[in-house]
Design a binder for this molecule. Sequence first.
Ligand code: UDX
Ligand code: ADP
Length: 465
Amino acid sequence: MKITNICCIGAGYVGGPTMAVIAHKCPDIKVTIVDLNAERIAAWNDENTDNLPVYEPGLDQIVLSARGRNLFFSTDVEKAIDEAQMIFISVNTPTKTYGLGKGKAADLKYIELCARQIAAVAKDDKIVVEKSTLPVRTAEAVKNILDSTGNGVKFQILSNPEFLAEGTAVEDLLNPDRVLIGGDTDAEGQAAINALVDVYANWIPKERILTTNVWSSELSKLTANAFLAQRVSSINAMSELCEKTGADVNEVARAIGMDSRIGPKFLKSSVGFGGSCFQKDILNLVYIAKSYGLDEVADYWEQVIIMNDHQKRRFAANIVKTLYNTVSGKKITFLGWAFKKDTNDTRESAAIYVADDLLHEQANIAVFDPKVEETTIFRDLDYLATRKPEENKAGVTVYQDPYEACRGTHAIAVLTEWDEFKGYDWQKIYDNMKKPAFVFDGRNVLNGKELKEIGFIFTGVGKAY
Ligand code: UDX
Ligand code: ADP
């Protein structure tokens, strides 16, 4: 089957960029991205690409190249489903906040709603592609819903997990290490797999397109994220030991990274990993392992999260301790709120948890982030439900200018590794700060030696200064 019409349900961080790149690379395929959120769709359709709902380097050019030609953003979910041969499900799968599996299992209600809607609308055979990260065997549930509530048409379910990282989404999509497609092993399943392979083969060498059974594909995604997160927690565990022993975690990372079996990537010690995937996927893995009675497997992976929580907490505790055991009433400036640089995404960002701890200590927090909006910052804090929204409002001030954010402050904490922080006029910042002037670099991006020469009391992660 040659695919000429694709629909994607969910215009978020995954659906938006992924479909934009497919449309850009496959001018003969009509790609329609639908979302229930009309505001989000309007933003994707905005003439001014600065207003796109997702910030990713290079994404504006990709969207401009295809939008209106073969790339469309719409709220008419039914029409798009009806017309498409292949439907990607790219809706959110947050961790459950209620009921059985609360705080661990993925909440699949949005997935189920999509499946029911596809079943209700479809009048001809469709290939349904899971793009969202899902627990193993979700495809089975989706298939059950489709087969038992549909209009007698046939559905093939494929798993095609997304490995893009935010901030490099466009590059990752244009030039992925691999594309993974899982499907049924019978002839119809293989035909569906081949149809999707042909879409990607428009720009990706065939040897980088892997095909597996559905379950391997679903589990590979969770495994990849668990391994990556584990590396960060491993180096962060060593960072605490480095601080005590006089070792420098950057030197240790470099030394081990040169071993080709270990490799140099994902060994940057930090205030802790964030993002929508790592924690959610590991919790999910833990939940699945537990549900099969595999307690040792579950405990093993849970430790990655425990270490990450510890890293965030000890960063906040170190600020309090260094500032003479009290931050009450003191202005503390956060440079960065996003979970990493080059994205406006803040989901599970370490900044949220460090802020929460410092607010408990009655600090006044000033935040500057080059891409994150004020409403997002308050939404993140309110979502924790650890204090009333008006208390968050009273405790946090968001600035548009980094120098103003740092004026009169007792301490600066770097929470995101934005490149621009390195180029600031640190002498000017120092001159306008309370003394002694403290910098806590949670990303090891600043030049500690230079800052100390200016007069700052400087602390990074994983090195005794
Ligand atoms: C991740 C996976 O990389 C991607 O393949 C998957 O599709 C989604 O989840 P993402 O969450 O966008 O992508 O970001 P990633 O670059 O993996 O970083 C995750 C977190 O780990 C960030 O908070 C980052 O700052 C932190 N990190 C990463 C470190 O602290 N140290 C490192 O060495 C690498
Ligand atoms: P991700 O990072 O996985 O892309 P996002 O939260 O950024 O997650 O995006 C998911 C999108 O899916 C949201 O914009 C949400 O409105 C949309 N969505 C969720 N359920 C449905 C549905 N049943 N139909 C259409 N869109 C949906």
